[in-house]
Ligand binder design. Structure first.
Ligand code: GRF
Length: 202
């Protein structure tokens, strides 16, 4: 069983989708701890309701190194092996990234490298793309730049609003995040440069 941590700042629907798969025995993993940098994150309440270890670690007013250090200490305390960022609205510093090399994952609501950063769904509508989607990637020291593990494509419809498009993308997010966790937990991938390739099955 691989120990997962989920880091979130808000609603936590990706966390809940992962938790459902873990509880159903569909992933070879357990959720060791859920951490939020916002006390009012719904995801934190849901984690507590599920009886999971849940920690609020405030980030406001702290410099990045101090905050990262506190989070890494909690991850070590719970012997975390894979860190899943799920709507976590803080950029991790280099020392955090280096503490879990290749084992921090993030989900982004666009087909990277298109539309990195905030408001990716709005960016896609405004640009006029006909398809967008979501990406699970390994976190490196940039923002939304790491090697890509899984992607899913969704159409952009003429009458889409940010809300309707986001809902269509979110459904796919909930599916591919667990797929990506499985690839890492089962040690199924290797990196060729920045390409993630499947290891040949033995
Ligand atoms: C998702 O759209 C995710 O792609 C982005 O933040 C949102 C988090 O949603 N990084 P939730 O908190 O998992 O519901």
């Amino acid at each position: 069983m691989t120990n997962l941590a989920i880091l979130l700042s808000g609603r936590g629907s990706n966390f809940e989708a992962i938790a459902r798969n873990v509880l159903a025995g569909a992933l070879p993993a357990r959720i060791a701890v859920v951490i939020s940098n916002r006390e009012d994150a719904t995801g934190l309440d849901r984690a507590r309701a599920l009886g999971l270890n849940a920690r609020f670690i405030p980030s406001k007013g702290k410099d990045r190194d101090a905050f990262d250090h506190e989070v890494v200490a909690v991850l070590r305390e719970f012997e975390v092996e894979i860190v899943c960022l799920a709507g976590f609205m803080r950029v991790l510093g280099p020392s955090f990234v280096r503490a879990f090399p290749g084992r921090i994952l993030n989900i982004h609501p666009a087909l990277l490298p298109a539309f990195p950063g905030l408001d990716a769904q709005k960016q896609a509508i405004e640009y006029g793309v006909k398809f967008t989607g979501c990406t699970v990637h390994i976190v490196d020291e940039g923002v939304d730049t790491g090697p890509i593990l899984c992607q899913a494509v969704v159409p952009v419809l003429d009458d889409d609003t940010v809300e309707t498009l986001s809902a269509r993308i979110l459904k796919e997010e909930h599916r591919i995040y667990s797929e990506a966790i499985r690839l890492i937990a089962e040690n199924r991938i290797r990196l060729e440069g920045r390409r993630v390739v499947l290891k040949p099955s033995s």
